[in-house]
Design a protein around this ligand. Structure first.
Ligand code: RTP
Ligand code: MG
Length: 140
């Protein structure tokens, strides 16, 4: 099924100049960038984006990290894009991520893990609309 998913290249990866290498991995696996921008999140934007994790012990340090520097937010399109992106990213904890995944190769630790990807169609829809209007997606 042709899907769209939402991706973030997180501050640890942008600051280490890994943006191009990460996008190349998406493209090499058949995901197409259909919207893209660089920005630095405000505290309120980061808190809202991660609202589902509010109250967890990692929530506050996660928000602080996510506002610590610029990020690249993107919409990726392709066959089974949501699952495919998660596969390319690897497990949340880089020590548990499969060989050849972004997190295995680039993540610093469980928090500074280089990328975010939507985990379901519902979160993809919510996360895309959190950063992009429908007219900003180049789907044709
Ligand atoms: P993401 O949402 O960023 O794609 O990552 P995920 O689904 O693999 O992980 P999730 O459970 O949704 O957690 C969101 C982000 O919070 C940070 N985290 N730190 N125990 C910890 O220190 C911990 N657990 C999660 C990571 O940055 C994770 O990607
Ligand atoms: Mg998640």
């Amino acid at each position: 099924m042709l899907e769209t998913t939402f991706s973030i290249i997180k501050p640890d990866a942008v600051s280490r100049n890994l943006t191009g290498q990460i996008i190349s991995r998406f493209e090499a696996q058949g995901l197409k960038v259909v919207a893209s921008k660089m920005l630095q999140l405000t505290q309120a934007q980061a808190e809202g984006f991660y609202a589902e994790h509010k109250g967890r012990d990692f929530y506050e340090p996660l928000v602080a990290y996510m506002i610590s520097g610029p990020i690249v937010v993107q919409v990726l399109a392709g066959e089974n894009a949501i699952a495919l992106n998660r596969q390319i990213m690897g497990a949340t904890n880089p020590e548990k991520a499969d060989m050849g995944t972004i997190r295995k190769d680039f993540a610093l630790n469980m928090r500074e893990n280089s990328v975010h990807g939507s985990d379901s169609p519902a979160s993809a829809a919510r996360e895309i609309s959190y950063f992009f209007s429908q007219t900003e997606l180049c789907l044709r």
